[in-house]
Ligand binder design. Structure first.
Ligand SMILES: CC(C)(COP(=O)(O)OP(=O)(O)OC[C@H]1O[C@@H](n2cnc3c(N)ncnc32)[C@H](O)[C@@H]1OP(=O)(O)O)[C@@H](O)C(=O)NCCC(=O)NCCS
Length: 173
């Protein structure tokens, strides 16, 4: 993902997420600047955007950013990825686009030597994340803005399976 993709990201967000969970283009741009290489677009064969995933190198003891944060501080000595958002166009759903994007993030965490991936799941998505290998972190509250039922989840890096996931990244750039 580059800044040139932000228009497509905002268009996918508008279709995939309820309005109360929409973030501004400025907030995405600020997180993309911090993310660098750990943000990806899923494209179809014609190059059309089907989904995206944006993650930031993070320190697991730090609080996670609120929804639509205007600023995200640089993190010293990251030990995990914070997967900020993953979304797929409804018409591309059920074709494993989401699974592949999550797999690319897992492969990146492994190759960066990070111990796992933290995320905030919206209430309706927790079942999907559990199926992808994430576990609830009951001692940790979701940051502001994610709505009732949002939970923090974590998945440890699994070197063998995450190396295999790296081979499934054909849809992304
Ligand atoms: C959740 C989401 C990323 C899944 O993307 P996807 O590309 O359709 O997912 P996949 O094709 O990899 O997986 C589809 C499977 O997950 C299941 N699934 C889809 N959404 C689910 C949900 N919310 N809870 C539980 N299972 C779900 C499907 O039934 C399907 O099951 P099957 O394989 O047995 O047929 C997508 O629906 C989405 O963008 N949702 C809105 C944004 C969102 O909530 N993102 C997560 C933010 S934290």
């Amino acid at each position: 993902m580059t800044t040139d993709d932000l228009e497509a990201v905002i268009a996918i967000q508008a279709r995939a997420h309820l309005p109360e969970f929409h973030e501004s283009r400025e907030s995405f741009a600020c997180k993309l600047a911090r993310a660098g290489e750990t943000a990806w677009m899923a494209l179809d064969e014609a190059g059309r955007a089907l989904g995206y995933c944006l993650a930031l190198a993070w320190q697991s003891a730090l609080p996670l950013p609120v929804l639509d944060a205007g600023q995200v501080a640089a993190v010293e000595r990251p030990d995990c990825l914070y997967l900020h958002d993953l979304a797929v166009l409804p018409e591309a759903g059920g074709q494993q686009v989401g699974r592949r994007l999550a797999g690319v993030a897992c492969a990146a965490a492994m190759s960066l030597g990070l111990r796992g991936i933290l995320l905030v799941s919206l209430a309706d998505s927790a079942g999907w994340w559990r199926r992808q290998g994430w576990s609830d972190q009951p001692g940790r509250s979701a940051p502001g803005g994610y709505g009732p039922g949002a939970i923090v989840m974590f998945r440890e890096t699994d070197c063998r399976s995450d190396r295999e996931k790296a081979g499934e990244s054909r849809l992304t750039k």
